[in-house]
Ligand binder design. Structure first.
Ligand SMILES: [Zn+2]
Length: 371
């Protein structure tokens, strides 16, 4: 990751470079911003710049041995710490050796990815991930070791708010008195949840969201031009990670469509619903099933959310959407809608008339929503 891989945010990049040129590199820095924005990419661009053997005016060179190894996250003096499943001391090495290659892949493939993306990549959706007591022991070990190549040694701690309090306390001392040429970069999405004793020992680097134009341009450059680029950029609120997810799964249209459908039911818009059932019937068997399956999975997750559990959502977009629906409709109505959509699916699979099935479903949902 280089600065040039991150669209915009030129002011911040310049500040980081200029601090380095003036020899004013704070030994502990807290990169903070919202999930899906350029917080982690910015920290990594900074790492590359600091370690680059052939620094350019506005960026690292991207081709020297250090840059190349940092791109793959395999530089021996860059130590990565990130949330993972907890392990006892004896199992720690094993857990780490399994998690680290996946974490590298996650960052290389989806540098703007959020915690959920990591949890999925890691294959631990049902576990609580954290930075454990064992991780903090590992950090202390990293700090006490000499730098392998004689230059800077960097500890990058991703999502430090998931450190358990005892590991957070354990690293206070090293934050306070770092050995020479040791840098701590904390990459946080919610630094209010960090211990004040930690934040007070770090210099805050605020990473703002990207502009809508920058998000749009980024998607275009990655060949991810969603049907409605403008809309995707807007929905993403400047979070490139979120925009990429929406563009890749093409969900924005499905969400929008589902939302419109529910609104038509809510408002008892019969003209709209009749037209919708006709469109549904013309869309072909495969699309009909996809539409209902999408509704089933969304409503199921909303039911789970409404009953106070954590649904296995696929993206931040979905999570926001589900939160909104479960609050608005409440558990009881959601359960009824869920049963109705499932029933419609069964009818459809038994070759019922799709137009009538869909219209009946809408009419039943009207009853539930207005009941
Ligand atoms: Zn370089």
């Amino acid at each position: 990751m280089q600065f040039s891989d991150i669209p915009g945010l030129d002011e911040l990049k310049k500040q980081l470079i200029s601090a380095h040129k003036r020899g004013k590199v704070a030994h502990a820095q807290l990169f903070a911003g919202r999930q899906g924005t350029a917080v982690l990419p910015m920290a990594l661009g900074y790492v590359s710049y600091i370690m680059c053997e052939n620094k350019q005016d506005e960026d690292s060179c991207g081709t020297c041995p250090n840059c190349v190894r940092i791109k793959k996250l395999i530089h021996p003096d860059i130590h990565l710490h990130f949330p993972k499943i907890s392990a006892s001391e004896s199992k720690y090495e094993k857990v780490l050796s399994e998690a680290l290659p996946r974490f590298r892949e996650f960052v290389v493939e989806t540098p703007f990815g959020d915690l959920e993306t990591w949890t999925r990549k890691y294959g631990q959706e049902n576990k609580n991930l954290l930075i454990s007591r064992e991780d903090s022991r590992q950090m202390l070990k990293n700090v006490s070791m000499r730098s392998v190549e004689g230059g800077y040694k960097i500890l990058l701690i991703w999502v430090p708010e998931l450190m358990n309090p005892s590991s957070a306390n354990a690293i206070l001392k090293i934050l306070e008195e770092p050995p020479e040429k040791t840098l701590y970069l904390l990459v946080s999405y919610n630094y209010d949840n960090l211990l004040a004793t930690i934040t007070s020992r770090t210099q805050l680097v605020n990473v703002p969201p990207n502009s809508m134009e920058e998000v749009k341009k980024y998607l275009e450059e990655k060949g991810l031009e969603p049907a409605n680029g403008e809309q995707t950029a807007k929905l993403s609120e400047g979070k490139i990670g979120l925009a990429t997810q929406i563009a890749e799964i093409g969900e924005s249209h499905e969400y929008e469509d589902f939302q419109k459908w529910m609104l038509e039911c809510w408002n008892k818009n019969l003209t709209g619903l009749v037209r919708r059932s006709e469109d549904f019937s013309k869309s072909g068997k495969a699309n009909q099933k996809t539409t209902l399956n999408f509704a089933i999975s969304l409503v199921r997750n909303a039911v789970i959310h409404a009953s106070g559990q954590k649904p296995p959502v696929q993206s931040e977009a979905e999570s926001a959407f589900i939160g909104k629906y479960s609050d608005k409709l409440g558990l009881e109505r959601l359960e009824k809608v869920y049963a109705l959509v499932n029933e419609a699916m069964i009818h459809l699979e038994r070759n019922s008339n799709p137009r009538i099935t869909h219209l009946n479903l809408s009419l039943d949902i009207i009853q539930v929503l207005n009941g």
